[in-house]
Unconditional design. Structure first.
Length: 155
């Protein structure tokens, strides 16, 4: 079956098997920045924004969200023009293997869109579905707070 999405601002049409999950459809079509791990909705590595809301793409049938707007980590910034969250994660040492990083940053990005002045508790809640086995969470929370400061300074 044919599905259409807007991914990172561009229109795409894919011919998919109706039983495929979004994570596989994205990765098979070149969006390998979306990471797969547990395939059970528990690790958060595969998080993307669907119509602005963070969702685990391994638990969503691609066919069910035909027409959706999808944002991957590459949709918020890139190496030449990083989003303050991307900059902050690097500068604050919140990235080691990087496997969890796209999902965690997208969860934080969605939080800051809704609430530019979150408390530590708000931040913890926003990223509690994104598991990290490397850095732990202290640096990630520091990075998110640093990104908030960068955003306020317009950097
Ligand atoms: S791969 Fe989707 S939540 Fe772990
Ligand atoms: S940086 Fe390796 S899992 Fe988080």
């Amino acid at each position: 079956m044919k599905v259409h999405y807007k991914i990172n601002g561009k229109d795409y049409e894919f011919d998919i098997h109706p039983g495929k999950v979004l994570l596989d459809v994205l990765r098979e079509n070149g969006f390998t920045e979306v990471k797969g791990n547990c395939y059970m909705g528990t690790c958060g590595a595969c998080t993307v924004l669907i119509n602005g809301t963070p969702k685990t793409s391994c638990t969503i049938l691609a066919a069910k969200i035909n027409g959706a707007e999808i944002t991957t980590i590459k949709g918020i910034g890139d190496i030449l023009n990083p989003h303050p969250l991307q900059k902050a994660f690097v500068e604050k040492g919140a990235v080691q293997c990087g496997y969890c990083t796209p999902g965690t940053i997208l969860s934080a990005y969605a939080l800051l869109k809704q609430n530019p002045n979150p408390t530590d508790e708000d931040i913890k809640k926003a990223i509690d579905g994104n598991l990290c086995r490397c850095t732990g969470y202290v640096q990630q929370i520091e990075a998110i707070k640093y990104a908030i400061a960068l955003l306020k300074e317009g950097r």
